[in-house]
Design a protein around this ligand. Structure first.
Ligand code: TGC
Ligand code: FAD
Length: 390
């Protein structure tokens, strides 16, 4: 099969710097050689490919937009976005692992941690020697994390955590969990909970139809004692975890482009090669309408993500702007995956092609990091000035 060259209908390539293209191309090649050939088997078995973690660390994708002084790649946000795009062209589960490690574990340690936290954790998380997870969602509090019931009770030398978190990516394989809990004053604080801490367990959730090449877990805290030193001192209020979500949602907005490109590319090659009624199915107007729609929407997704990245690099991006890109790009990635699946006919459900795997994965991506509905309401508030949550 010919090499994947990306989708660039609007000459967006010319808007990228050499460094940005280099970051994208090196990850694209890595994914082509090392992720795509194996990921479907892992997906079928319901396993995360752990052997990819250290090589991904060597590639510099973990916390890639954090500073080099902590062992990170120090990329700008556009380059980082292009990295997540290429990872998700492979599989949303691989991109999820990288998003959690960088945006949801390294970012809060960098932003709310002490200098000792940064020195201890960031270099090891950057190489993949250590793995992290992020516990915000609870069994009874998903879209409404402010209602969380996990508590951190102060003791003479630390805190005692009690509660549970649900649907936590990488939970069972993590060396450290960034856990959000309310203190005695009802204020949300972030804690580093290390694997093996008495009272802490992280059983894996099995039997998923989506993100099968990703570990998803519950986290339980049963009188789990956390030393004072493991409080993230700069954290305070629900705003702290929501700031982390901005970082992850940003990467997801780009990731959606990667999954959409994979589905577009697969279905176009298929339609050009598949003959019915004596002609390639790509020649039929009904199928051409699908390609016109896919190409247009991928181009819009790219423009949205690129300008979002430029705003982020200029320090001007707002959470609502990130919501718009996450909402739009994941929604369209899912629609494009469904369209691509129809073009492949019966082969669309076969694991020989990546389309249905992407489609199933995107159902999770549509829900996590703020559901499509929640981002609709965030944008509704940005437009009207009226919050529907209060
Ligand atoms: P609200 O009163 O609006 O806000 C509380 C405080 O936070 C501030 N704020 C933000 N700050 C930074 N970034 C944002 N995006 C922010 N959104 C709000 C806000 O200004 C306020 O600050 P202050 O100083 O006044 O205290 O909070 P609310 O309780 O009304 O909730 C608002 C809502 C619904 C938008 C929010 O809670 C929300 O986003 N819900 C969705 C939850 C969610 O996205 N969870 C994701 C869990 S992690 C995950 O899914 C990982 S997937 C992993 C993978 O990639 O594999
Ligand atoms: P609910 O909040 O119960 O929502 C159910 C439905 O109600 C949705 O359609 C929603 O849009 C709708 N709804 C809710 N509130 C409103 C409203 N005000 N108005 C209109 N409709 C509304 N969380 C983490 O903390 N860390 C992780 O690493 C993580 N990884 C995940 C991995 C996977 C594979 C999945 C599926 C989820 C993960 N999550 C993680 C959890 C994810 O963030 C939540 O699933 C998500 O925030 C939605 O919460 P919920 O599932 O409880 O749905």
């Amino acid at each position: 099969m010919a090499e994947f060259r990306g989708v660039d209908f609007y000459g967006i390539e010319a808007l990228l710097s050499e460094e940005e293209k280099l970051a994208r191309d090196s990850v694209r090649q890595y994914v082509e050689d090392n992720v795509i050939p194996i990921v479907d088997d892992f997906y079928e078995r319901g396993e995360f490919p752990m052997d990819l973690v250290r090589p991904l660390g060597e590639l510099g994708v973990f916390g890639a937009n954090l500073p080099t002084e902590y062992g990170c790649a120090g990329m700008n946000n556009v380059a980082y976005g292009l990295v997540t795009q290429e990872l998700e062209r492979g599989d949303s589960g691989i991109r999820s692992f990288v998003s959690v490690q960088g945006a949801l574990v390294m970012y809060p340690i960098f932003t709310f941690g002490s200098e000792e936290h940064r020195q201890t954790w960031l270099p090891k998380l950057a190489t993949g020697e250590k793995i992290g997870c992020f516990g915000l969602t609870e069994p009874d509090h998903g879209s409404d994390p402010g209602g969380m019931v996990t508590r951190a009770r102060k003791t003479s030398d630390g805190y005692v955590l009690n509660g549970a978190k649900a649907w936590i990516t990488s939970g069972s394989v993590a060396d450290v969990a960034v856990v959000w809990a309310k203190d005695d004053d009802g204020r949300v604080r972030g804690f580093l909970v290390e694997k093996g801490t008495p009272g802490f367990s992280a059983p894996e959730i099995h039997k998923k139809h989506s993100l099968r090449a990703s570990v998803t877990s519950e986290l339980f805290f049963d009188d789990c004692h956390i030393p004072d030193a493991n409080l993230l001192p700069g954290s305070g209020g629900l705003k702290s975890p929501l700031m982390c979500l901005n970082q992850a949602r940003y990467g997801i907005a780009w990731g959606g482009i990667g999954a959409a490109m994979a589905c577009y590319d697969t279905s176009l090659r298929y339609a050009l090669g598949r003959t019915q009624f004596g002609r390639p199915i790509a020649s039929f107007q009904l199928q051409q309408a699908k390609f016109a729609e896919m190409l247009t929407e991928i181009t819009k997704m790219q423009l949205l993500a690129l300008q979002l990245g430029r705003l982020k690099d200029d320090g001007k991006v707002t959470p609502a702007q990130i919501s718009m890109a996450k909402r739009n790009n994941v929604d369209w990635a899912l629609k494009i995956a469904r369209m691509a699946r129809t073009i492949l006919g019966a082969n669309g459900i076969a694991s020989e092609y990546p389309v249905m795997r992407h489609m199933n994965n995107l159902e999770s991506v549509y829900t996590y990091e703020g559901t499509h509905d929640i981002h609709t309401l965030i944008l509704g508030e940005a437009a009207t000035g009226i919050s529907s949550f209060k």
